[in-house]
Design a protein around this ligand. Structure first.
Ligand code: FEO
Length: 394
């Protein structure tokens, strides 16, 4: 049982998933996660903001039982993804008078995903309000954080923004109310990098939209509640901005050491030129760390040997994922070693169609690197430095 009072008559009643290792069967969760549901007791009506992943449903039910919740009038669904909506059918079964409050698009998703009957819904639009008596819920459409139907709910009298995935962090912790904690911002950056980054232009608009409200607390549906909302808002503003940093992300894979020798040399060459480098050894990498590095970096250099007549599949995966995440990279290049030929340059470039990058001359060599190859790597490092200087970041 983990009921945490956020403010008088407002409670965290969600679930902490301490040992969840992977999200969407894709995203590593080194710190677990939480699915935050919040109970708001108004003088006339009781609302539940979001639910929890069905795997942790028993935690939500224990929490409601602990609070002696005899009635739920409204289940607000800010987002149809099942880690927040998946327990709505169970809540409707236990509280048959409850109505699911959401927007038209979310309603359609909930009907598709959870087979919730039509008569269970109250459909609201942008800016509409529902009164709980002495408390008022206002619904703010915040699409594409990270699905098209996502919305936030603002509790007018208490100035709390329930933002669901938006501003959330994948962190399991018993400290669900924080003021300033770099670890939480780091975990929020991981989450942003992995699911929000492709939508950063629309997220910028959503930040402008929600910050028109006076916000004293942001209560997301993953990770702790922010008692100082400006901390996460400023972090998000930085992440979605067009500003890039003097950084190179260097995902690499090497089979017999030739590409690794190039990578080692190249890392040193970048450091000597004052460029931050974030290497990522792909076969054993936490791919989330690579995604986080892509939030800020100006340049991507992929390092791969040739195998099976093309780039190594681990490198192909890294470039495919980068392309899907659409980071604000400005430059890209490639280094690596081959034995007898192949077309891996065209293959890798062909996977970058979403990236608005200038492709710098690659360094692809035959066999183990020799003196001339190291000079070519120096030249690439020089070119990256020059390009970063032109951007005013080096
Ligand atoms: Fe936390 Fe998009 O679900």
């Amino acid at each position: 049982m983990a009921v945490i009072q956020i403010k008088p008559d407002i409670y965290f009643v969600g679930a902490i998933h301490w040992d969840r290792k992977l999200f969407d069967e894709l995203i590593p969760l080194p710190d677990g996660t939480s699915y935050n549901a919040y109970l708001i007791r108004g003088s006339e009506k009781i609302a539940l903001i979001d639910t929890v992943d069905p795997a942790t449903e028993s935690q939500l039910l224990r929490n409601l039982n602990h609070l002696g919740v005899e009635r739920i009038d409204y289940i607000v669904s800010n987002h149809a993804e099942q880690d927040h909506s998946g327990s709505i059918p169970k809540i409707l079964e236990l509280y048959p008078m409850a109505k699911v409050v959401t927007n038209q698009k979310c309603k359609a998703f909930l009907q598709d995903l959870l087979l919730i009957p039509d008569d269970k819904f109250v459909v609201i639009g942008d800016g509409e309000r529902i009164s709980l008596g002495n408390k008022t819920l206002e619904f703010i459409m915040t699409p594409w954080v990270h699905w098209p139907e996502t919305m936030s709910t603002y509790l007018v009298e208490d100035k709390i923004l329930f933002s669901c995935d938006f501003f959330g962090s994948h962190l399991a912790t018993s400290e669900m109310l924080i003021d300033e904690d770099p670890k939480v911002i780091e975990d929020a950056k991981r989450y942003y990098a992995e699911i929000m980054m492709p939508f950063r232009n629309i997220i910028r608009k959503n930040i402008d939209k929600v910050t028109k409200y006076e916000i004293e607390m942001i209560a997301p549906s993953h990770g702790p509640v922010y008692r100082r909302p400006e901390i996460i808002i400023e972090a998000y503003k930085d992440w979605v901005s067009d500003k890039v940093k003097n950084e190179v992300v260097l995902p690499y894979v090497s089979m017999h050491g030739s590409t690794k020798r190039m990578v080692d040399y190249f890392i040193d060459a970048l450091i000597e030129r004052g460029i931050t480098v974030k290497p990522c050894n792909l076969p054993s990498a936490d791919i989330g760390k690579m995604a986080m590095a892509l939030v800020d970096a100006a340049t991507l250099v992929i390092a791969t040997p040739m195998v099976l007549a093309g780039a190594h599949p681990a490198a192909v995966y890294a470039v495919f994922l980068t392309n899907a995440l659409r980071p604000k990279l400005k430059f890209a290049s490639m280094i690596g070693s081959y034995g007898w030929g192949g077309r891996m340059l065209d293959q890798i470039k062909g996977l970058m169609s979403n990236l608005k990058v200038e492709f710098l001359d690659p360094v692809l060599i035959k066999g183990y690197p020799k003196e001339a190859d190291f000079r070519s790597l120096d030249k690439l490092a020089d070119m990256i430095l020059q390009k970063h200087k032109e951007l005013g970041i080096a």
